[in-house]
Design a protein around this ligand. Sequence first.
Ligand code: UGA
Length: 437
Amino acid sequence: MKISVIGLGYLGATHALAMAKLGHEVIGIEPDTSRLSALQAGKLPFYEPGLDEALVQVLEGGKVSFQAAHDAKSATCEVHFLCVGTPQLAGSNAADTSFVFAAARELAAVISKDAVVAGKSTVPVGTASRLKQEMSEVAGFEVNLAWNPEFLREGSALEDSLKPDRIVVGSWNAHSVDMLRDVYKPIIISGTPFITLDVTTSELVKVAANSFLATKISFINAMAEVAEVSGADTVALAEAIGYDERIGKKFLRNGVGFGGGCLPKDIRGFIARAEELGVGSAVDFLRDVDQVNLRRRDRVVELATQELGDVKGKQVLVLGISFKPDSDDLRDSPSLDVALRLETLGAKVRVHDPMALGPLGDRHSQLERADDLEAGFVNADLVILGTEWAEYRALDPAAIGDLVANKLIIDGRNLLDVASWQAAGWRLIALGRNVHN
Ligand code: UGA
């Protein structure tokens, strides 16, 4: 099928390449010139395992092309996916949907009557019906809009797109469902459930799923707060409750908390939308979910201050600054936040990350990079593990111990083997665990 994908960030670029891998003819539309020219040159503008090879493969196979705006060719596509971002509005909890509306209006001006528009962006419930109305006014006919939320995770984005747990389609008519069923046919044939429902519910599915996941993480981090004062071990607790299949072990890893471009902004956007709908109290608990999450960052800063006496002038090495491993995404990264806050308190902060080489947040920062992992440890007074990249698990505490000024480490992700670090003479502080020496 002929498909256009509008907006080529993490979500859109992955979706465009996944669609091309399924055999569709894909036109990707991206107004940002640097992102566009990178993609045209076969270079992924961000790090995502396996996606760079997929890009080269589908470009060479002629299955995908990229352009800045719609033209006569993209106008004839049978299905258009809207993948533009909905960031948090400055100074508010609400999501900024202006990019989605702008992209939808541009599309409506060129679209054909039978084409289907599938929204994939995460939007406040009720957005799609306003979009449909605006698009239909611009087009001069009733646009076939459907809502098809995306559940991919950074770090496993391509795999999640090609083998999702489910495909969700909210629609106003059968034509939209039929077209989308055709698009996803190879995935559906391999056994993925294809769920059709009304548009409003499909919008809600996405924010409900992310809210549930965020709640699960904050639940275990709330238990960590209790464990820290009562002397319990949150990792053992999570394992023990996780054996109950109704609870499950996934998304119960306590640590410095969740970040990224989705969970934090989605729960805040949901709070704002529920308030607008007059049911703010229904999701009041999400404020606590947010607060518990942010308190974990405070906790690491507090531990660093307690352990060092005063962080001023002290050398701190932060291992991992991306918001999760196997990603170079720094958006709302808990470990980057901790690093910047320690720097503000006067520490000399050095950061290491295997992939996140972009600018270090939007605050002016003196954060020094340790491009070489071992060199990063030299003379460190404190090491903080903030993101659980696999290579940090493989560190040899004995060898590293010879490099640092002080064998002191805060494991913010419960990644390290406590016994071997302690045996090598380190004082290891694991969040939410009563295992300190
Ligand atoms: C999340 C959802 O998992 C996806 O299903 C969704 O499609 C995506 O948001 C989105 O809305 O686009 P993502 O943010 O890429 O995906 O990554 P996650 O694996 O969910 O991790 C989010 C954060 O939670 C990370 O900072 C991670 O370190 C943290 N986390 C995760 C924990 O602290 N503990 C856990 O047990 C799991």
